[in-house]
Write a protein that binds this ligand. Structure first.
Ligand SMILES: [Zn+2]
Length: 338
């Protein structure tokens, strides 16, 4: 089985994103948001069958761990109440996809974060998505201000109430920023990778995993700059008298394979133990073109993984085994849908 741990609903029906525009416009003008639009099952089916499902079948993957569009989370927009309403709408839509295609998608929720608002505010939505919808994880934005980094680092006690709930529910978080509103950053070109790299460093310089040995984070996009600069992080940890990185972080931190060329995948697999790599493509996401050097889509990451000199056991871990371990609720969900 091949589990893609990183997919977003980037092809959601048009009226869903249109409502978000209306909601934010209404917020700016001090009006209440209009009612949410009707979206039929047929519209959802069409958006999936012509998109994610089609590519799953073409590329030979089986299940996508699926969450709302990441850039669309927009935690810097509106306030706590608009974030709550938007997260509710987005997560409900993911639940509908997972209900219509239970064998192809497992849900992960976005959280109703807002810059400067306690992550405690996210607990109710996380509980709802896990307990009512059967979601297996959440996406946690380490920078709800959208590129201005106004909230405390992930190791700060500010975030602890949410971590306590994650551990209680036994769900991991993918650390995933949203749209950059700081013009210095391109959303997917620099802000995403900065977010990944910063999150890893924040974990390294905190007591987070001493305090929460059961907490699990997936750092997407191949871990940002981390694998490439592993020597720098090892050296920094050593200078700070910290334990070696595997002992300090690799019981809790995992990396995905959303690296869009073979040399990058080779480096990832060489530096990061197979136990800490989860297959992912983030397909129909940031990079949608075809690589003229290979003739295949940049985000067809399975093609790169196939070319890595992995043992059968390590390949199975990356494709399936690690996902089942890192998302502890996933095996029961898979068993339930056959
Ligand atoms: Zn993503």
């Amino acid at each position: 089985m091949i589990i893609d741990c990183h997919g977003h609903y980037t092809t959601s029906p048009r009226q869903h994103e249109a409502w978000r525009q209306e909601q934010i416009a209404a917020h700016k003008e001090g009006r209440s948001a209009p009612p949410r639009p009707a979206i039929s099952d047929d519209e959802i089916r069409a958006s999936i069958e012509g998109g994610q499902l089609k590519l799953q079948q073409e590329r030979g993957t089986d299940l996508t761990i699926f969450s709302p569009r990441a850039a669309g989370m927009g935690h810097h927009l509106g306030d706590a109440s608009t974030s709550e309403a938007w997260a509710t709408a987005c997560n409900e839509l993911i639940h509908r996809v997972c209900t219509l295609f239970p064998r192809n998608f497992a849900g992960v929720c976005m959280l109703p974060q807002s810059a400067g608002v306690s992550p405690r505010n996210c607990i109710a939505e996380l509980e709802r998505c896990v307990n009512q919808y059967g979601f297996v994880g959440c996406n946690l934005n380490p920078d709800p201000s959208g590129g201005y980094w106004q909230d405390p680092p992930l190791g700060d006690r500010y975030w602890y109430p949410l971590y306590e709930k994650m551990v209680e529910l036994d769900v991991p978080a993918m650390i995933h920023v949203s749209m950059a509103c700081n013009p210095a950053f391109h959303t997917t070109g620099s802000h995403y990778l900065n977010g990944d790299t910063a999150a890893f460093n924040q974990c390294m310089t905190s007591n987070l995993f001493k305090d929460f040995p059961g907490l699990k984070f997936i750092i997407p996009h191949g871990g940002g700059a981390v694998p490439y600069h592993w020597g720098r992080f090892r050296g920094l940890a050593q200078d700070m008298k910290l334990p070696p990185l595997p002992e300090l972080l690799l019981h809790n931190v995992f990396f995905d394979t959303c690296v869009y060329h073979l040399p990058g995948q080779e480096l990832l697999a060489k530096v990061i133990p197979a136990d800490n790599i989860l297959f992912a493509s983030e397909m129909i996401g940031a990079v949608r073109g075809v690589d003229p050097e290979t003739g295949y889509a940049f985000d067809d990451t399975k093609r790169y993984v196939e070319q890595l000199p992995l043992s059968a056991g390590d390949r199975q871990k990356i494709y399936e085994g690690n996902a089942r371990r890192v998302y502890p609720r996933l095996p029961a969900r898979l068993a339930a849908v056959g």
